[in-house]
Design a binder for this molecule. Structure first.
Ligand code: AMP
Length: 191
């Protein structure tokens, strides 16, 4: 399966991505996690990404696209993958189309988690305490939501027009959300 999980920051993408990846035996590829690992290791990529991440802005497409291309080329992603946090811009959608076309496969589904705004902010503030992420301060949280609405939410429409969006209610208990996702994805034919 070649899948994407989308939704606003705080919708629970990372949590659900792990369960989906396990279920379909594919790697969950989180661009945010890869960036954070590079920041903590002090790599060149980490240095390039850090100032954008700390401000709640997107890392430039060229940097992000190259990173995803390399990751998708790894042997464990040959049989499929789940992307969490990518694509986030229209340019990234086009780039990903090219990467997948090159493998001779198709994108099977885009899981969109829907949650209400108040719930999201409280989840993010809670995560800030638990994980201590540098980009979970209130101002940055607000900026990340704005950037999502401006640049990423419109992508859902692009995928809806292709008929591959699976909309999932992301509210409530984690296990219930996972069950809804599995139920919806189990009827999606693999390309
Ligand atoms: P996340 O953990 O997915 O919320 O990502 C954390 C931060 O990493 C984002 O706020 C961006 O600064 C950066 N980032 C992650 N994925 C992307 C992407 N696809 N395009 C640009 N920046 C990204």
């Amino acid at each position: 399966m070649r899948l994407i999980i989308m939704g606003p920051p705080g919708a629970g993408k990372g949590t659900q991505a792990k369960y989906i990846a396990e279920h379909f035996k594919i790697p969950a590829i989180s661009t945010g996690d890869i960036f954070r690992a590079n920041v903590s290791e002090g790599t060149e990529l980490g240095l390039a990404a850090k100032r954008y991440m700390d401000a709640g802005e997107y890392v430039p497409d060229e940097v992000t696209n190259a990173m995803v291309r390399n990751r998708i080329d790894e042997p464990d992603a040959e049989g499929g993958f789940l992307l969490d946090g990518y694509p986030r811009t229209l340019a990234q959608v086009e780039e990903l189309d090219g990467m997948i076309r090159f493998t001779g496969h198709q994108l099977d589904a885009v899981v969109c988690l829907t949650v209400d705004r108040d719930e999201i902010v409280s989840r993010l503030l809670q995560r800030a305490q638990v994980e201590g992420r540098a980009d979970d301060t209130e101002d940055v949280i607000r900026r990340r939501q704005e950037v999502y609405l401006e640049q990423t939410e419109p992508l859902i429409e692009v995928y809806k027009q292709r008929g591959i969006v699976v909309e999932i209610d992301g509210m409530g208990e984690v296990d219930d959300v996972t069950a809804r996702i599995f139920e919806a994805l189990d009827v999606v034919p693999e390309s």
